[in-house]
Ligand binder design. Sequence first.
Ligand code: SAM
Length: 227
Amino acid sequence: MTTNKKCLLVAVCAAAALIVAAVSWADADKPSKDSSAANAKAEAEILSVLEDMSNDRRYAMWNITTEEGRLLWVLTAAADAKHVVEIGTSNGYSALWFCLALRTTGGKLTTHEIDPYRISMARKNFKNAGVSHLVTIVEGDAHKTVTRLKEPIDVLFIDADKAGYFDYLKKLLPLVRPGGLILAHNTTDLASEMQDYLKAVTNNPDLETIFLHKEAGGISVTLKKRR
Ligand SMILES: C[S@@+](CC[C@H](N)C(=O)[O-])C[C@H]1O[C@@H](n2cnc3c(N)ncnc32)[C@H](O)[C@@H]1O
């Protein structure tokens, strides 16, 4: 083979290798069929447990509504939250809505509950939904246990003793990252029990608060402003 032919062959081989590499890089960005199917399956598993829980109203678990749950999912995913803190786990219904978002953001949930029976139900529901690895349940009086939290919080959800909301806010606001959200449940139907909290989130110039779902229990959504 002449030198010219050899050079041509080397150039053709190099070009072919480049094309193969470019195609595989482009493919690497696309989710494979397998991973999309696995994601859809994991999501369906959580939604199915949520549906069973909605159908099972034999025990009063004081859960949020389905619509409120969807709001938690959307806000948590949009905030790309890595750490959600919940006060008031009950049987894990609202926690599972957070998990729908957290499994896609690579985040985790720390949830606080005082009642051992509800904790055992929540554990069972997390296991059935395949999300136990995303959730840490902190047992005990949350007014005490939240003081152990040290990591930044992207989304804080308060849904426990209504008169205690202001205390939870005082203790956890410093950990909420600028741009993070503080959500509180029952801000319409039980507003009279949390007047100090409502004043704090509407009068503080570092916070911006809107009130949603006023026709049901009500949820306040508070942004900790970036300064
Ligand atoms: C309204 S329920 C929470 C419902 C839950 N977020 C949901 O939507 O699925 C309130 C929960 O807060 C718990 N709780 C009340 N006071 C508490 C406290 N001091 N510390 C921890 N949990 C508390 C109650 O036992 C109850 O399970």
